[in-house]
Ligand binder design. Sequence first.
Ligand code: ADP
Ligand code: MG
Length: 728
Amino acid sequence: MAKLRFDALHVLLNRAPGDIPEPTEKISDYYGRNVFHDSAMQQFLPRSVYKRVKECIDTGERLERRLADEVASGMKAWAMDKKVTHYTHWFQPLTGRTAEKHDAFFTPTEVGQSIEMLGGDQLVQQEPDASSFPSGGLRNTFEARGYTAWDPSSPAFIIDSTLCIPTVFVAYTGQALDFKAPLLKALHSLQEAAVPVCQYFDRNVNKVQATLGWEQEYFLVDDALFKARPDLALTGRTLFGHSSSKGQQLDDHYFGSIPDRANAYMREFEKESHLLGIPIKTRHNEVAPNQFECAPIYEETNLAVDHNQLLMDVMEKVAHKHGFRVLLHEKPFAGINGSGKHNNWSLATDTGVNLLSPGNTPKTNIRFLTFFINTIKAVHDYDDLLRASIASAGNDHRLGANEAPPAIISIFIGSQLTQVLNDLEKRVTDKDMSPDEKTDLKLHIGKIPEILLDNTDRNRTSPFAFTGNKFELRAVGSHANCSSPMTVMNTIMARQLKIFRKDVDALIKKGKKKDVAILTVLRKYIVASKDILFEGNGYGEEWVKEAAKRGLSNIKTTPHALDAFLSKSSVKLFEEEGVLTKEELEARNEIYYENYQMKIQIEARVAGDLVGNHIIPAALAYQQKLISSVTGLKTIYPEKEFQRLAKPHLDIISKVSERVERIQTSVEKMIDERKKANKLEAKPSSLAYCKNVLPYLDEIRYEADKLELIVEDDLWPLPKYRELLFTR
Ligand code: ADP
Ligand code: MG
């Protein structure tokens, strides 16, 4: 029974040490080689077509159907040059990470031969038989299939011998069935809202893009050990496992030297990423043992999201070659750090300005304060929505646990900017300011330092921190599609900037000077959104109390967090910004509830199987061994001595029995609760799974982990935490 574990350890011990390849080329020599990017387009498209494609990408206009044929033919020629034989529309359905269905270029001709073809039709639109993708009832209602449509703003790329064309996935009525469609709409809405605000400061701004730089955390586990852990294999996390005597207490893993095997793996997946134009730049060890992080240079948000999705696939694929499994789950191991995916977010203009970067003149600093304070106001007004956007069964285990931000959304801005906001609040008044006061205020604003000393990574406990020239949303889970939080972030910002523009224009109409009008409105926002600013320790118990006093939400579980998507104000927001309709929001929530419910259902089943087939049999086998030994003792010792000598055996025998009994009772109760929950609709079912099923997983685990401590190591069937975390 324990054979699998020992075989796995045997494989592991005999693994060759990491073979770190010698670099043969500079990264810049092969960066983007497998991407149909600008220079490839120039080479393979007629000049006029190239120009029009660029224009469409820039303006978001649709490419004329006639030109699609030419683009397809250029793309095919480029791909065939690289030995590509197939193409696929690549998309991001609401469950699962990415989807693709490959078709060959090859097409038979009438005379019994064949040619390679890719027409405009195939490039622009496809109808995958996608009836198994979740639609939250959208497709049933409209009795239609979904189709995928080309997103020209994200370049096509090659994986193995397949040309992948990034697409949105929608129902035939146009309703979004994926993550990308609403993101593109949110980004469009943001652009519309931000440009007019930029023009208060610079008439030359015509375009504003949201930028995203994600940081991907992950664990590596040896492939052989992974296979011996059915819970890891089926749920992505360990449902059992007593904590290792040594965990992360010593902080000796963080930023330590990267182990050779992991290093070899990283070099290979980075190379694969670079070929795909994913600008990975940073790698390091994370806090927990066998936990690591990588991060790219930031990019325009839509592209950055695609690159993150792609990276996760690449990481998994390359891991196999190195005898690893990469764990992207938010909390694969209890008691040590989980994995997140910080989303660094900012706004950039086509004039090369980062709108969240303090400048060195009063004017650039008023611009900075405008975008900075509007972000705070947006997050303040829609904190529950932001919380909902990062909700998942996996992330529920992470938020509020070891070194992860709590489920309370607050904003850290650092002491210098806190001072700036306090000053602004004091100095700007609704009364007309005297010329002296105005000059003084401007001088003051001009003094905001360009480099903010306390805004690096100082407060790691905040879920939303200003880090010098960008905000960092740290509550995102490692497995998440960044589209979800980025759609919300950019939609609420778009909304807020439109309100801001209106508020300022109203004051200008009343005769206020532009700068005074802007500062007056900003002051109003500071007062209105102060409550969400928090500089202290977000991990502390005091903060939970303080936040409650301030009226901030602390929504700990996904089924409850999801409500925010359907609140009156959210529906209004999404509809008015043209991002999602009420039906789409309802359909999405339906999918999220179902997804949550199914995840916990699978975990509960796996837990039941594992205790039944692995853990209890191991415990009973050990007990049997003890019973034989007691019987043996009885035959060789006189009664009195036997009593004394048998006592430790008997103690363990009864402990095993008690724990096994408790496990069995809990499993039975858990199955009953599951049966009840399964009869309910998606939302009440997910609530029932959360409230009535999930607690049994903890109870069962508690007892099983205690058994792990007493049962003889040779009999224990599952690789232990110390083996999963400390062998490399
Ligand atoms: P760290 O936070 O680890 O100290 P950095 O601040 O340099 O490191 O960057 C962290 C992440 O933030 C990187 O992924 C980087 O690309 C991203 N980032 C930096 N500037 C911006 C920006 N203007 N917009 C979005 N992301 C950014
Ligand atoms: Mg960071």
